[in-house]
Design a protein around this ligand. Structure first.
Ligand code: PAF
Length: 282
């Protein structure tokens, strides 16, 4: 596996591969790789001739400076993991390489960006679209792989690809969970053992809500999930929305659509760590 920091060098290498008819799979990441990322890389390796993984902590998608500063950076371990998995290229550019000039483009994909993470993390999806579009232009992948834990991100990226007419197919991959059910996340490293245990209640209660939903309304199901989690000391629900899986707009009845997802954000622990998760109802 080779590590490339420069867009031009990456392009040269990939142009050569493309000219031989090779397909390119791409997994964009911010590093601190875990089993969730590994599953995306494995799927890309299965479905493409060449797999490129980007490792770049994108400053424009953080609306909290501390969050950016504290984001784990583990390039050496990440490169080892990618080597073991069999990825061919790690693209690890500097911020200057990706943003030689400030990116003034504005992306707003209503209604998907209007809800949940959108208003709570102003500028976040704009930053995601800025970097993902730049990465797509640099890699020109055949397919790009995203984890369903960031459900809203996939919906926004799909809108962006359509809007900018980028010829890439977006592949969404199931959430990878720890044995306890906790969704894998780079942020889990900030949890103490006790908090990690506490956080397992998120998936436990979301899973229970699927049964609860069979004989309760959307409103009752939302309330049950929120109340049960908030009753546990050390957990605080920021939001739990039951929404249309495409538009991400809240629904009021289970009959409203065939594609329903419940998206949740919960603060966990003394120095609260923001955890997100989701569950599919249909
Ligand atoms: O999901 C992430 O890790 C990031 O938002 C992404 C897609 C790599 C863009 O920085």
């Amino acid at each position: 596996m080779i590590i490339i920091e420069n867009k031009q060098a990456l392009k040269q290498l990939l142009d050569t591969e493309r000219s031989k008819g090779k397909s390119i799979g791409f997994v964009p990441t911010m590093g601190a790789l875990h089993a969730g990322h590994a599953s995306l890389v494995e799927q890309s390796i299965k479905e493409n001739d060449i797999t490129v993984v980007s490792i770049f902590v994108n400053p424009t998608q953080f609306n909290d400076k501390n969050d950016l500063a504290n984001y784990p950076r583990t390039l050496e371990a990440d490169a080892k993991l990618l080597e073991t998995l069999g990825a061919q290229i790690a693209f690890a550019p500097t911020a200057e390489e990706m943003y030689p000039e400030p990116d003034n483009r504005q992306f707003e994909y209503s209604p998907q960006t209007d809800v949940m993470e959108g208003p709570r993390r102003p500028g976040h999806f704009n930053g995601v679209c800025q970097i993902v579009s730049k990465l797509f232009y640099a890699v020109e992948p055949t397919r790009a792989y995203f984890g369903e834990k960031d459900y809203q991100q996939i919906a926004v990226v799909r809108r962006m690809v359509e809007d900018l007419q980028i010829p890439v197919s977006i592949v969404s991959c199931p959430i990878v969970r720890e044995k306890s059910g906790l969704a894998m996340s780079s942020r889990n490293t900030h949890l103490t053992e006790e908090e990690r245990e506490l956080a397992t209640n998120i998936y436990r209660i979301l899973s229970y809500s699927k049964f609860y939903a069979t004989n309760h309304s959307v409103e009752e199901t939302k309330r049950m999930v929120t109340d049960m989690l908030n009753a546990l000391s050390g957990l605080e629900v920021e939001y739990f929305e039951i929404a249309d899986g495409i538009t991400l707009q809240s629904i009021t009845s289970w009959e409203q659509t065939d594609n329903i997802v419940g998206c949740i954000t919960v603060y966990c622990g003394k120095i609260p760590i923001r955890l997100i998760d989701n569950i599919r109802y249909k």
